[in-house]
Design a protein around this ligand. Structure first.
Ligand SMILES: [Zn+2]
Length: 511
C-alpha cells in the first residue's frame, strides 16, 4: 500500500514542503530510503524500528520504500522521523491513510517512542497555512510555538496545531482517542507588560554617553563606547534595549522566525518581549557569529536581528571574527555559502562595541597608563577601517565622581524618559521614509542623505566650516549628517540646525 504526508524542510530562513511517501510491496523484507538524504535522515529507520517495537508494532516482512520528494532538495535533520514513521504506519495498514490527508508532521523520535522538539516549527506552521494544510502535528515542546504562528495566519484560517509527546499519542490521535493536553499552570504566561528589571536610572552621571545611547537607539546607529575599565560601558550597552522603539508585529515575527530556526524559541531565557540583546564573548569563533555548520543555522549576528549585538572588548575579537561583521553591517543580511547552496539570514542590527582606550585601559591618563606609545597605536588599529566606517557614533565613557555614585548629582535620565524621546524620533522617521525601503536614519545612502537632510543656513555654514577645518572625508561628512538628522528628529524638527550639526560632530571619531 502507498501513503504520503507533508513535512517541512528548513533551508536557511525558508521552509520547503517535502512529501514523505512510503510504499509497502511484496519482496524481500527491507527498508529503502531515497530522495537526497543526509545521514541524519537515513538514520531515522533505526529509530523508527525501535520506537515501533516499543508499541508492539513490528514491521511486516515486506519491501518498504520511502521517498522524500522533491529529490532536487537535500534533506537534513531529524524532523523527518515522525512523518516517515507515520507514512510507514499508513503503508502497512496500522493507521487509516485519511489521518495523513492535508497534514504536516515534524518531530524527532527517541528509541522509546518519545518525540523530541525540533527547530523551525513557527515558520513551518506559517508555510503550512500558505499551502492549504489543515493540521500540523508537532512535538509537544513546540506546541506553544506552533500556536503562536496561528496568530499570524489569516483570520479565517482553519489550521489546527496539535502537540504530541510520543508515538503512542500519535496513534491515539489517529484513532481519535487522544486526550486534550492541558499544559501545567506554571508561570508560563507571564504578563506581556512585564517591565525589564534594568533601567538607565541606575547609570549615574555619564550624560554624554547616555545621550549617545539615545541617539543610537533613535536612529539605529552603530555605537562605540570607549573608556577605562569599570566605568560602566557594558552597563550602558545592556540598557539600550530598554529604550529602543517598541517592536512592531512584523518585527516580532521576524525575530521569532530566526529564534525558531535556531531552535531556541521558547527556552526560558528566550521569551521574546523586547528587542534581542546578544553579547558573544571576544573568544567567539567567526562561525558562531555568522552561523556555522554544514547546514547553517542563525549565528549571533542574526540572533541580534532587530536588536543589539554587543561586542565587549571589541579590539580583542579575532581579525577573522571582525571580518565576518563587515558584510552584514553593510547589507543588513548575512550570506553563507555551502556545498548544498547559499543561505541567507537577516542581520538588521545595531552594533555596540566597547573598548578600553589602550591595553592597560587608562590612556590618556598618563599618570596611570603604563603602555608604550606603539602598543596604544597597535591596539587601536586592530579595528579595521571598514568596520569603523560603519560606526556612526563614538562616545567616551568617563570615570564617575563620588557624588554621582551617591546619587547626589542630577538625574541624567530614566529608561522611560529616554525612550519617550526615541519613540518621537522613530515616528518621524517612519513618516519620512514611508515610500523608501529604509526605516532609520542610519540606513541613509548618500543620495538619500542629500534628499532628507535639509539644513538651515547656520547649520549648513557650520558644517562647511567644520568640513574644511577638520579636513573631513566624504564618508565622515555623511556620517555627521546622518547623526545630525537623528538629533533633529529627537527634537521633532524636520530642519537640521547648527546645534544638531555640532552635537553630531562631538560624537565623531577622533583620529
Ligand atoms: Zn595604557
Amino acid at each position: 500500500m502507498f501513503a504520503s504526508v507533508q513535512a517541512p524542510e528548513i533551508s536557511g530562513m525558508d521552509v520547503i514542503m517535502v512529501r514523505v511517501e512510503a510504499d509497502a510491496s511484496e519482496g524481500l523484507p527491507s527498508m529503502y530510503m531515497v530522495g537526497d538524504l543526509n545521514h541524519q535522515v537515513k538514520e531515522a529507520q533505526d529509530r523508527i524500528r525501535s520506537a515501533l517495537k516499543n508499541y508492539g508494532i513490528s514491521l511486516p516482512p515486506r519491501r518498504l520504500t520511502i521517498n522524500l520528494a522533491p529529490a532536487s532538495i537535500r534533506k537534513a535533520g531529524t524532523r523527518f522521523d515522525l512523518p516517515i514513521a507515520a507514512a510507514v504506519l499508513a503503508a502497512i495498514g496500522r493507521i487509516p491513510p485519511e489521518c495523513l490527508k492535508d497534514t504536516m508532521l515534524a518531530g524527532e523520535l527517541g528509541l522509546d517512542g518519545s518525540i523530541a522538539r525540533v527547530s523551525g516549527v513557527l515558520p513551518s506552521v506559517l508555510k503550512a497555512e500558505q499551502v492549504g494544510i489543515k493540521k500540523c502535528i508537532v512535538p509537544r515542546e513546540n506546541e506553544e510555538e506552533g500556536r503562536r504562528a496561528l496568530e499570524f495566519c489569516r483570520e479565517k484560517s482553519d489550521l489546527r496545531v496539535i502537540g504530541i509527546g510520543s508515538l503512542g499519542e500519535f496513534l491515539a490521535w489517529c484513532r481519535g482517542t487522544l486526550q486534550e493536553y492541558k499544559p501545567p499552570a506554571s508561570n508560563k504566561h507571564r504578563s506581556e507588560k512585564e517591565e525589564p528589571d534594568i533601567d538607565f536610572s541606575e547609570v549615574k552621571g555619564q550624560y554624554a554617553a547616555k545621550r549617545a545611547a539615545v541617539l543610537a537607539a533613535a536612529g539605529f546607529h552603530n555605537l562605540l563606547l570607549c573608556g577605562p575599565p569599570g566605568v560602566g560601558k557594558s552597563m550602558i550597552a545592556r540598557r539600550i534595549p530598554t529604550i529602543l522603539p517598541a517592536l512592531t508585529p512584523d518585527e516580532w515575527l521576524e525575530i521569532m522566525k530566526v529564534y525558531s530556526i535556531a531552535g531556541i524559541l521558547g527556552d526560558e531565557d528566550q521569551q521574546i518581549r523586547q528587542r534581542p540583546f546578544r553579547a558573544p564573548h571576544h573568544t567567539a569563533s567567526p562561525q558562531s557569529l555568522s552561523g556555522g555548520g554544514k547546514y547553517p543555522s542563525p549565528g549571533e549576528i542574526s540572533l541580534a536581528h532587530r536588536g543589539v549585538l554587543f561586542l565587549d572588548e571589541f579590539p580583542e575579537f579575532s581579525r577573522r571574527a571582525l571580518e565576518v561583521l563587515r558584510q552584514p553591517l553593510e547589507d543588513r543580511k548575512i550570506t553563507i555559502s555551502r556545498v548544498h547552496g547559499t543561505y541567507e539570514f537577516p542581520a538588521c542590527l545595531m552594533l555596540i562595541g566597547a573598548m578600553n582606550p589602550c591595553p592597560c585601559g587608562y590612556y590618556p591618563d598618563m599618570n596611570r597608563c603604563r603602555c608604550r606609545p606603539g602598543d596604544i597605536a597597535r591596539y587601536q588599529s586592530r579595528l579595521s577601517a571598514p568596520i569603523l566606517d560603519r560606526i556612526d557614533l563614538f562616545a567616551e565613557v568617563e570615570s564617575v565622581s563620588y557624588e554621582e555614585l551617591q546619587g547626589k548629582s542630577e538625574n541624567t535620565g530614566t529608561s522611560q524618559e529616554m525612550r519617550r524621546l526615541v519613540e518621537r524620533a522613530a515616528a518621524m522617521q517612519k513618516e519620512r521614509y514611508r515610500d523608501e525601503k529604509i526605516r532609520f536614519n542610519s540606513e541613509l545612502g548618500p543620495s538619500q542623505t542629500d534628499r532628507y537632510c535639509t539644513m538651515d543656513r547656520e547649520g549648513s555654514s557650520l558644517l562647511r566650516e567644520i568640513f574644511e577645518k577638520l579636513d573631513l572625508s566624504a564618508r565622515a561628512y555623511y556620517r555627521v549628517l546622518r547623526v545630525a538628522r537623528t538629533a533633529a528628529d529627537l527634537e521633532g524638527s524636520e530642519i537640521i540646525r547648527a546645534e544638531h550639526i555640532s552635537e553630531a560632530v562631538s560624537y565623531r571619531r577622533i583620529q
